[in-house]
Write a new protein. Structure first.
Length: 115
C-alpha cells in the first residue's frame, strides 16, 4: 500500500499522515511543489522526529511520479466520488492519492471517498 500527497501544503497534516505511514509500514510519496521545507530543522520543528522511520519518496512532478511507478494503480480520494474506500479490493500496487489533482485527472474511474 502507498500513500501519495499531491502538492501538500500543510506540514502538520503531512506529519500526521507520515506518522501513520511509519506505524503501518506504508510508503509515502510526495509530489512537488510542497508548501513546506523537508530540511531537518523544519521537520523537527513540526514534530516529525520520526521522519527517518518513514519510507518517503519526493517527486518533482506528477509525470516523474508516473515514470517511476508505471504499474501504480491509483485511487484518487475526493468528496465527489460515489464509491467508498471500503468497497475496493486493493492490491500491493495500490496508491491512495490525496491533493488538488482534480484539475488534471478528469477521466478516471478510480475516484473513491472517505466519509
Amino acid at each position: 500500500m502507498n500513500i501519495v500527497l499531491y502538492q501538500p501544503e500543510i506540514p502538520q497534516n503531512t506529519g500526521n499522515i507520515a506518522r501513520t505511514c511509519a506505524l503501518t509500514e506504508t510508503s509515502l510519496h510526495l509530489i512537488k511543489p510542497l508548501g513546506f521545507s523537508l530540511d531537518e530543522k523544519q521537520l523537527k520543528r513540526a514534530g516529525l522526529d520520526y521522519w527517518e522511520l518513514v519510507n518517503v519518496t519526493v517527486y518533482d512532478s506528477f509525470d516523474q511520479f508516473m515514470e517511476k511507478n508505471p504499474e501504480a494503480k491509483l485511487y484518487l480520494l475526493t468528496t465527489k466520488a460515489t464509491k467508498f474506500y471500503h468497497q475496493i479490493d486493493y492490491d500491493q500496487n495500490a496508491f491512495l492519492m490525496f491533493g488538488k489533482y482534480e484539475n488534471f485527472m478528469k477521466t478516471t474511474e478510480n475516484y473513491i471517498t472517505l466519509p
